[in-house]
Design a protein. Sequence first.
Length: 95
Amino acid sequence: MSDYVHGEMSIVGQDKTFKGFIRLSAFFTAFFIVVLLMPILVFGANMGWPAALVVTFIVGLVISPVFKLGGGWYATLFGLAILAGIIGMIFSVLT
């Protein structure tokens, strides 16, 4: 009938694709948590932007081992913190 034997097919490519998808999903989930947390704290909880930045940064550090994120996450987190600090200072000057 057929030369196919159940369990004999190589699934290395499928395994790498699935692991990459899971890793990317975890990264973007953490990214959206951090990006949305600061405005929620500033506008929803009436927290000052420096305090909200610190809390958001700490949450980002805690998320890293939970989602098993690597060094790229820390670089993204530091970049987001610098960007948020600059934007917060600009809004403080304008208001």
